[in-house]
Design a protein around this ligand. Structure first.
Ligand code: FPP
Ligand code: MG
Length: 280
């Protein structure tokens, strides 16, 4: 996807500001290294574009956008410990760079900074809390209540990835004071994009080149993780088709929103396409 460069720079600047005042310096360095290295910034972009779509400005959404990215990064730090993944975003993962104890504190630090960005707005707090409940449920499903059917897999993908995407879009709409129907339609758009993102993640784990991907591949098979390809006997092409179906439904949900900013709408459509076509 061609990046909306101006929004990207705004997100990066606010992200940097959010992690540079952490105390003490040892925690600050680890929190900022982890938050600032690499990353596609898909979720904060969804927040900013959703806000603009319904009449807000990027500035209105930046705190929530950065908060969602920090929650996401915190979850990856824990995920990499559980999965023993040494590389994340083309760099050593937090635990392999700092050790397990410091990585756990870094994840907590990231979450603390995230909640500081939501805490003034009760609706935002409710939205992000609901997503985090699902994130935890999704991780538990992945590890101990493993899906055995495609339908159960879809619940897992919705919880572990769709829910945070839903929150990302909902928070953008909330920042623009949108009505509840609009918040819900944008939430559905993003949740389905998130599920498609997770399915593509599963396919890339099976077929991608680790150099291009920026993280090791073959992990789902070697750790016996319930990816779509592990749970079902779908081929990678058939799994991509499932992702495509979710993106089509995401676009249907987006159609329910009256766009104030057509440029933002075009980028949200492009972002949905990027998710299924991405190679990294
Ligand atoms: C990556 O999935 C991981 C997630 C989408 C969610 C992980 C959630 C937790 C660890 C729960 C705890 C949450 C917090 C906020 C501390 P993946 O392993 O399929 O993807 P990968 O290939 O990028 O590792
Ligand atoms: Mg993982």
């Amino acid at each position: 996807m061609e990046r909306p460069v101006r929004r990207q720079a705004l997100i990066d600047d606010r992200l940097e500001a959010a992690v540079t005042n952490v105390e003490p310096p040892a925690l600050r360095d680890r929190v900022s290294d982890t938050a600032l290295v690499g990353g596609k910034r898909v979720r904060p972009m969804v927040t900013v574009l959703s806000c603009e779509l319904v009449g807000g400005t990027p500035a209105d959404a930046l705190d929530f956008a950065v908060g969602i990215e920090l929650v996401h990064t915190a979850s990856l730090v824990v995920d990499d410990i559980i999965d023993r993944s040494p590389i994340r975003r083309d760099s050593p993962s937090a635990w392999s760079a700092f050790g397990h104890d410091a990585a756990i504190v870094t994840s907590d630090g990231l979450l603390g900074e995230a909640f500081a960005l939501f805490s003034a707005d009760p609706t935002a707090m409710r939205t992000v809390t609901a997503a985090m409940v699902e994130l935890g449920e999704g991780e538990a499903m992945e590890l101990v209540a493993t899906p055995s059917t495609e339908a159960e897999y879809m619940t897992l993908a919705r919880r572990k990835t769709g829910a945070l995407f839903r929150a990302a879009a909902a928070l953008g709409a909330i920042a623009a004071d949108a009505d509840p129907e609009t918040v819900d339609a944008l939430g559905e758009y993003a949740e389905r994009v998130g599920v498609a993102f997770q399915i593509r993640d599963d396919v890339l784990d099976a077929v991608a080149d680790p150099e291009t991907l920026g993280k090791p591949t073959g992990r789902d098979a070697s750790l016996d993780r319930p990816s779509l390809l592990q749970v079902t006997d779908l081929s990678p092409d058939a799994a991509n088709e499932r992702a495509r179906e979710q993106v089509d439904l995401a676009i249907d949900a987006l159609e329910r929103v009256e766009p104030v900013d057509r440029d933002a709408r075009a980028y949200l459509l492009e972002l949905a396409e990027f998710v299924v076509e991405r190679e990294q």
